[in-house]
Design a protein around this ligand. Structure first.
Ligand code: PEP
Ligand code: MN
Length: 334
């Protein structure tokens, strides 16, 4: 971290600043130029409040040189993290496809979709049991029963399951869930993230509706700081001024996140667009951009879906997308 000091600052003021910084365990190197004095800070600057430093009357500006996220940072962990879920691997060249309905609705629905997406090549089954709906009058999910039905589908198909948690008090219900999803709306639920840092289970962390990549990585850091290093990042579109699509898929987030972090990055083209016909091109774009996987909503009867029918693919459409995704992956490999 570097602080540029304002002209006219006295030696006494500079000395006080250095003493304050050294009290935080940092080493301050003062560099005096003809016009400007700068203070270079060495040590663990992750605890320094850059805004507070910049607000001081003698400080002109502050620039952070190293990012605040450490565990998630590729600089300290150059190799890709490979998250393993049973026999499925995500990251480090391993591509995983998570597919299933937005919400678990019935035993027949989830088991039927599970069989279909497995046959098409999906490696993990998704399905919401606890649903974060904007309206309290909309279907809220089957909750504990939804998880039971997912576990039953897992038993029948052998597919590991991914489902969303909304409150840490529900954790006991997730004991046999393979991957716990933190939805966009909870990306900055820091108490929940801390609890998930205490367990040893992969966490699929979705980017918040209006969050930066740095904020997403800081949320991953919350989980990793607790010792749970199995975090999968998920780009699912962000809110912009565009209204034709449900969200705007930030494809550049894929290579950017992979440059900044060693964690696997998957893309959810379903929530990103809100329209089933846009899922295919966006899934292909994500694969071409180097994503480590996809999360796609699939429903046996989208018109009757209790949630997100408009963005759900039928099993046949999903199978078709899978074939094209495989071709794109082969093309970028060669
Ligand atoms: C979901 O995956 O079902 C979901 C609610 O997604 P998001 O949190 O990205 O909106
Ligand atoms: Mn959904």
């Amino acid at each position: 971290m570097v602080a540029v000091i304002k002209q006219g600052t006295t030696e006494k003021q500079l000395g006080e600043l250095v003493a304050w910084l050294e009290d935080m365990g940092l080493t301050a190197h003062i560099c005096k130029g003809q016009q400007q004095t700068i203070v270079g800070l060495i040590g663990d600057t992750s605890r320094v409040d850059a805004e507070l430093l910049e607000s001081l009357s003698i400080v002109d500006s502050v620039k952070r040189i190293s990012e605040k996220f450490k565990s998630a940072n590729r600089k300290f962990h150059p190799d890709d993290t490979v998250v393993r879920v049973g026999s499925v691997a995500i990251g480090g060249g391993n591509f995983a496809v998570i597919a299933g309905p937005c919400s678990v609705e019935s035993p027949e629905q989830i088991s039927g979709i599970a069989e279909a997406v497995k046959a098409a090549g999906a490696t993990l089954l998704r399905g919401g049991a606890f649903k974060p709906r904007t309206s309290p009058y909309d279907f809220q999910g089957l909750r504990a029963q939804g998880i039971e039905l997912l576990l039953h589908a897992k038993e029948k198909t052998g597919m590991p399951i991914v489902t969303e948690i909304m409150d840490a008090s529900h954790l006991p219900l997730f004991e046999n869930v393979d991957v716990i999803q933190v939805g966009a709306r909870n990306m900055q639920n820091f108490e929940l993230l801390k609890e998930l840092g205490m367990i040893r289970k992969p966490i699929l962390l979705k980017r918040g509706l209006a969050n930066t990549l740095s904020e997403l990585l800081m949320s991953a850091e919350y989980i990793m700081a607790g010792g749970n290093e199995q975090v999968i990042l998920c780009e699912r579109g962000i809110r912009t001024f565009e209204t034709y699509t449900r969200n705007t898929l930030d494809i550049s987030a894929v290579p950017m996140l992979k440059e900044l972090s060693h964690l696997p990055v998957v893309v959810d083209p379903s929530h990103a667009t809100g329209m089933s016909r846009l899922v295919r091109p966006m899934a292909l774009a994500a694969a071409a951009a180097g994503a480590d996987g996809l999360m796609i909503e699939v429903h046996n009867n989208p018109q009757q879906a209790l949630c997100d029918g408009a963005q759900s693919l039928t099993p046949a459409e999903f199978a078709d997308v899978m074939k094209s995704v495989t071709k794109v992956r082969e093309a970028i490999r060669s």
